[in-house]
Design a binder for this molecule. Structure first.
Ligand code: SF4
Length: 209
């Protein structure tokens, strides 16, 4: 499906609050139709470290806050283990509305398509131009596609500092999305995956200092 894209809704402003307010009106793709509300971001304009996730989940869609569901809890634990104060970060998503399908009473997460990522990218671009972080952490392949503009292979690229695309651009670190850990059933696998996530976050934090 061809999407209009968010450009027409993104105001020329240096205010994150104004960006978040404007995003409530966005009709750049069809995802707003079935979502409760837009879920924009949380954090400081002065943050050196920006973390980009995929899209809001069920709880984020209901509350309007990013990373408040189970994956958000994993991320909070990983940030703590990496000695990163969440208050010094800026958290956002590549796609600002919850893509899902309804099965009975359940709303099942559906991965955003490339067209949704592209349509929503102007919001992320505007946020990054306000925050101007030293480092952007891509939590998963959807964030990687939005930030780097190409397909990202998490296994091959994770935990490495990707050099800035230009003189005023941030360095980028790719890692797994915390929700991937929630799909692991084996406790030992979970521990290893958590340690890898923490290790990638430490790389980003060291570069951001
Ligand atoms: S997902 Fe992004 S582009 Fe689509 S309507 Fe929501 S804010 Fe706009």
């Amino acid at each position: 499906m061809q999407h209009k894209g968010a450009e027409a809704w993104v105001p020329a402003t240096r205010s994150l609050t104004k960006l978040a307010e404007a995003a409530e009106e966005c009709r750049g793709c069809e995802l707003w139709e079935d979502a409760t509300q837009v879920v924009f971001s949380r954090g400081r304009a002065a943050a050196r470290l920006v973390l980009v996730g995929e899209q809001p989940g069920d709880q984020e869609d209901r509350t309007g806050e990013p990373f408040v569901g189970p994956a958000g809890n994993v991320l909070a634990d990983a940030l703590e283990a990496a000695a990163i104060d969440p208050a010094t970060t800026y958290l956002t998503n590549a796609v600002k509305h919850f893509r899902h399908t309804v099965r009975g009473k359940r709303r099942i997460h559906e991965k955003p398509a490339v067209g949704h990522i592209t349509a929503c990218h102007p919001w992320l671009e505007a946020e990054l131009s306000v925050v101007r972080p030293h480092v952007v952490v891509c939590l998963g392949a959807t964030a990687g596609r939005s930030v780097l503009g190409r397909t990202v292979r998490i296994g091959a690229e994770r935990g490495k500092l990707i050099e800035p695309a230009g003189p005023d651009e941030p360095q980028v670190v790719v890692t797994t999305h915390p929700s991937a850990l929630l799909r692991l059933r084996d406790r030992s696998e979970w521990g290893e995956a958590f340690d890898e996530l923490v290790s990638d976050l430490k790389v980003a934090a060291a570069a951001a200092d």
